[in-house]
Design a protein around this ligand. Sequence first.
Ligand code: ZN
Ligand code: ZN
Length: 368
Amino acid sequence: MNLTDRHKASQTPGRRLAAARAILTRAAVDALLLTSRPSNRYYAGFSGSTSLVLIDAERARIYVDGRYVLQAGEEATGFEVVHAPRPLSSLLDDLSDRGVRRLGVEETDLDLATQRQIEAHGKLGNLELVAAGSLLAEPRMLKDAGEIAAIRRAAAIADEALTRVIPLMQPGVTERQIAARLEYEMRLLGAEEASFQTIVASGVRSALPHGVASMKALEAGDAVVIDFGARYDGYCSDMTRTIFIETAPAALRELYQLVLEAQETCLAGIRAGITGAEGDRLARDVIERAGYGAAFDHSTGHSLGLEIHEAPRLAATFTDPIPAGVLMTVEPGVYIAGLGGIRIEDLVLITPEGHENLTSSPKELLVT
Ligand code: ZN
Ligand code: ZN
């Protein structure tokens, strides 16, 4: 992060702290305890790996051990940095001093050991833990300009890395080598890391929707599903292309055109105001009509940000309208055991009129 970026980032904590304080009222809690790394980063601006954040109506504190005092002071604008050898104990002392009775927590992140320690803290006998995870996730759905810029950059890095790696996709090269080259190129292009474990699944393995790269060598006639992304300034990108090695068998060629049609139909219809379920239907109808409904066994898309999977989703279970300003993947796929699979995934920004596609790699069937 350069100085200009840091200046920009320093303007957001006030808004985010206000959003967290609005949750105090909505969840009817005295304080919020943020344990997850994405929440610590989002609400307090702290990018280190270990910290605890406590927010109540008057105070905003970040508890760190000696490794992170300087960093927290630099990054967590508007937060009081508490340097504690045992951050949780220190935080629990503060809770009892403040007479906190209802504490909002991230229920999917709070581990049993931490929970036990909270419960064992003698003076906190009456403390009630309240699930506040989905309320805390809500403000993260709509990305601000700085977040969109980071994701746009991450998507561009992934596109460029793929362009550089496609010429290496030849028979005899292993899936793992392709994954390693993609991740290496992304790092050279400025990514912090891959945004998740790179998927390179070739031949019959391409029928595994999440086939993490193996030692299998690419062979002529393989469909190769490459699903990967970059992390830039903390933010993830996500894209998938399916590329054929030397020749594309007729059956897979047909499936490729079907998945592409489903993906482009969804892209053509997606815009602010449609529900996640309606968006999912746009792609699924095309695949079901062709008789492959059972072979498309995952949802059509998901949002992302500091985490690779965030709400909302393009899924039957998501019946709320999607607002403008949400990032969404559109990634239908068809997977046939013993034959192979096809997936095509773009990352788009939802707008009132439709979408802006942040993924630029071509989608015409590509044979190396
Ligand atoms: Zn993906
Ligand atoms: Zn995805």
